[in-house]
Design a protein around this ligand. Sequence first.
Ligand SMILES: Nc1ncnc2c1ncn2[C@@H]1O[C@H](COP(=O)(O)OP(=O)(O)OP(=O)(O)O)[C@@H](O)[C@H]1O
Ligand SMILES: [Mg+2]
Length: 271
Amino acid sequence: MAPASPSALGRVLIIAGSDSGGGAGVQADIKAVTAMGGYAATAITAITVQNTLGVHGVHPLPLDLIEAQARAVLDDIGADAIKTGMLGSVAVVERVAAILDTSEAPAVVDPVMVAKGGAALLDADAVEAVRSLMVPRAAILTPNAPEAEALTGMPVADLDGQRRGGEALLQMGARAVLMKGGHVDGPTVVDLLLTPSGETLLEGPRIETTSTHGTGCTLASAVAAGLAQGRPVESAVAEAWAYVSEAIRRAPGLGRGHGPLDHGWPLRDRR
Ligand SMILES: Nc1ncnc2c1ncn2[C@@H]1O[C@H](COP(=O)(O)OP(=O)(O)OP(=O)(O)O)[C@@H](O)[C@H]1O
Ligand SMILES: [Mg+2]
């Protein structure tokens, strides 16, 4: 078979934290991009000591090292999309915003603030930096409900709140917003995609499971892979959403806490 051309492959530069447990962070990002047929490269912002039970340590990397990784990737391999995850501090947000300005690639900005087990992954004073520097640079922003509340100051407790919060984030400069519904109560989980041309609802039954570690990272990276492959945002989101839903459904039940997804299911299905 002929090799894929770079744009058909979809090169994704992931700027995010490492999760030693492999369920979230850079590890989930690489798996998701690979499962979608893309090429993943990384600039790691922090190393976390983590498993399904929680975050046991966070070690931010030096700013220059974060930037050097990104530059090494962009200057040689290139990127068709950039995905940002855990940034941690004001200084990292500022540096990553500057990196985004050196690339034409669309940015999927996942405004990570708190890990599933409750550990803070973004300094409190960095929320304002994410609001002013990352939101306007997002080709698509993917907040969960508490993140959308922190960014907008508006309650996000139901679909109406998701819609109002999403509209506010569009006003703040994001070109599209995916308001994730995992933290919104109800028997149905509703993700709401808002773009200037309208809204799309993605909904399915809430899956009864403790295996939801890294759902957000996985979804954002799968979206980034689709954008990198040249898909319009609506179809990149729909495909990523279907991938994540099935990955939750097939979660292998690893660990004693919030378990990881089955990132590799599309690969096993093909054998
Ligand atoms: N119990 C569930 N059943 C079905 N889908 C779910 C469930 N929990 C989360 N999802 C889906 O997973 C994706 C991530 O949503 P969520 O709101 O949990 O993001 P998140 O809080 O950023 O996740 P993470 O804690 O991994 O960062 C969304 O597409 C959401 O609909
Ligand atoms: Mg998240």
